[in-house]
Structures are given as C-alpha cells and as structure tokens.
Design a protein around this ligand. Sequence first.
Ligand SMILES: NC(=O)c1ccc[n+]([C@@H]2O[C@H](COP(=O)([O-])OP(=O)(O)OC[C@H]3O[C@@H](n4cnc5c(N)ncnc54)[C@H](O)[C@@H]3O)[C@@H](O)[C@H]2O)c1
Length: 366
Amino acid sequence: MDFSMTVLVTGGSGFIGSHLVCSLVNRHPDWRIINLDDLDYCCSPKSLESVEDRANYTFIKGDVCNSQLVNHILNTENIDVIFHLAAKTHVESSFETPSSFQRVNIDGTRVLLGAAHQARHQLQRFIYVSTDEVYGASVDQVFDESSPVRPSNPYSATKAAAEYLVRSYWDKYKLPIIITRSNNIYGPRQFTEKVIPRFLTLLQMNRKCTIQGTLPKSRHFLFVDDAINAFWLVLEKGIVGEIYNVGTGCEIPIMQLARELVKMVKNVPDSEVNEWLEFVPDRPCVDLRYPIKCEKLQQLGWRAEVSWAEGIRQTVKWYQDNPDFWSDASEDQEEIRIHVNKDSGKAVGSPVPCCLTDGTQRDAEQ
Ligand SMILES: NC(=O)c1ccc[n+]([C@@H]2O[C@H](COP(=O)([O-])OP(=O)(O)OC[C@H]3O[C@@H](n4cnc5c(N)ncnc54)[C@H](O)[C@@H]3O)[C@@H](O)[C@H]2O)c1
C-alpha cells in the first residue's frame, strides 16, 4: 500500500508516545507510523496491543542514540514528520543516574537531528516534546515561551539542553522544528513511578500515599487526550521555529491530589482520609510549581477540553479496571515497595530547600 505520509515517533511505546501512536494510526490509515523505542523499564507491550497488527504501523526496537540505526531509518524510510519523545523522564532517577539522562535526552536528540538533517528525503516537521520544567520553579511568575530557561534538576537540564540543540538546527539549517513545553500529563497507562499512578498503585496495594516533604507543592495537570490534540494542532498549524506551551489552569496541590485519590479509591469519609496519608522525607531539590501561559497555542485554536473531574475519573477507573497492567514491570513495582518500606516509619521529612535566584525556596517534586 502507498502511504501519503510517514511519521516517525520516538519513544512511542511510553505513556504519551503510545497515546500519540494510537491516535496517529487510527486517525490516518493512509499514513505510515513508525515507532522507534528501546522498550525501557517504563513500557508495557500491552500499551500498543490495539494497533500492533495494523497495516500502517511499524515498530522498530532500537536506541535513539544508535546513529547507524537512526541514519538508516532516516535514509530508507522517507520520513516526513518526526515526533521526538524518547527520553529518560523520571526526575528522581535523574539525580541518581544523570549520565543516562544526558545520553538519551541530549545525545539521542543530537543523533536524530543529525540524521534528519542529512536525510535525502526532506523532512516537513521535527516536533520536539519538551516540558514546562525547563523554566524552573516559580512562586508567582507565569512563564510564557520567551521566559528564561532555568532548569533545576538533571532531567529538566537535559531537556533544556536538547531544546538548544533542536533550535540550533533551525537557526543554522532551517530544519523545520517546533518545540512543545507541556505541563504534567496524566491518564491511563502511565507508569507507576509518576505521582498519580504512584498514589493509585499504593492505595491498590492497601498502602498509604507517601507525601514527600511538607512544603506546599502543586502541579498543573493536563489530561493525555488534550495533550495529543495539542500535538495534532501543532503539526497542522504550528509555525516552524516556534515554541508552544501546552498547559491548563488546573493546578492541584499534591496534598489535595492525594486526598482526592484516597476518597475515590478507598471510598472513605473526610474524617478518615488522613489515615491513608504518610509524610516522608523530601528529595534534595524540587520545584514548588510551574505556571505557564498558553496563549500562543490558544491562538491556533487549542483549548484543554477534559476537566480535571472527568480526567481523573477516567484515570482512576482505568487503574481500577487494569490492576495487573504493570505487573510485568515487577522490578519497578518492587522498587515502589522498597521506597515505601524505606520511607515508612521515618519522621516527617525536613526538605533541603534550595534557593531560587529571586530568593524564594524550592521543594522536592513528587
Ligand atoms: N509525562 C509528562 O508529564 C511529560 C510532560 C512534558 C513533557 N514530557 C516529555 O514527553 C516525552 C514522553 O514522556 P512520557 O511521560 O511518555 O515518558 P515515558 O517514560 O513513559 O516514555 C519514554 C519513552 O522513551 C523510550 N526511550 C527511553 N530511552 C530510549 C532510547 N535510548 N531509545 C529509544 N527509546 C527510548 C522509553 O522506552 C519510553 O517508551 C518525554 O520526552 C518527556 O520529557 C512528558
């Protein structure tokens, strides 16, 4: 079959990537969708079961840092569009193994850009999926796309470094890049190390939600379907060379998040919610909040359509209906148990705040 367009998604087996791949495969049977992913610990083959036999879907198991492989794909597959999502994404791990984050997030991006630049078939779009975390923390400043980049952990530092590489290919070669910077994305199939599935998994194991530190952290949460719609819009209408924030006004304090999830999963009255919460020591250096403005994307016509109430309802229901989805990732479930056991019994954590340049404090991220 002749396809009218070929789209390469890197990291297409991960949480966001699998939603993106399913959306691309389903919406466009006339497009060929290639997923390059090395199936890191955070992936389940079940995430792409619904599309794996489709004629317009191809999976390549491989490392985005492998220049021979990536050059070969770009030289032989006539790639029109790249969505680059492959990355190491767990902030906490980035303090423990920063070099693996540098390798995948920076080197992987460099390899992909180099291959895209030298490919015989001319690329139409290179969409780099970045994060609001590149702005660093804010107490009251709302970041737009021109705000300075001040990443404050190894994960966000590598994402910011990769952004600079991506932009340099626009500046120097006019490679048609677009960068998105999105809020925390949540929804079904997210791996259990991220805050919402972590709380849900703990509650499903009849364990308490572990709240790291005592400072009032909050996050802006964007439902995965809204994020995917933003990526579609950026592909269709985004201006090359531009950066687009992708976010919502839905800011949820982590404590409130835990309380909501306890009520939904354990079905207990307010008076019993605290019995399901446990305070544990904080991580060394974490940001309080990342407020962003999304006017540029809204001017293209995007609005988040899924309310927090609806998004979290769908998410909780999915984890309740699929309690064994992540059981293959037993090592990481075990990791959660180790963290929980290590944390439990300790006194309320005393976070080590680090100074922002404006003199305010940062606290550990969930
Ligand atoms: N989840 C969020 O809240 C969020 C918010 C903003 C931006 N992002 C960005 O979106 C992208 C996807 O995030 P996610 O939440 O789906 O993460 P994820 O951890 O679920 O998925 C990452 C994917 O990258 C793959 N990968 C890792 N190393 C690789 C390598 N060397 N070669 C090929 N593939 C590799 C993994 O196997 C996995 O499929 C990341 O770039 C992340 O920085 C995520």
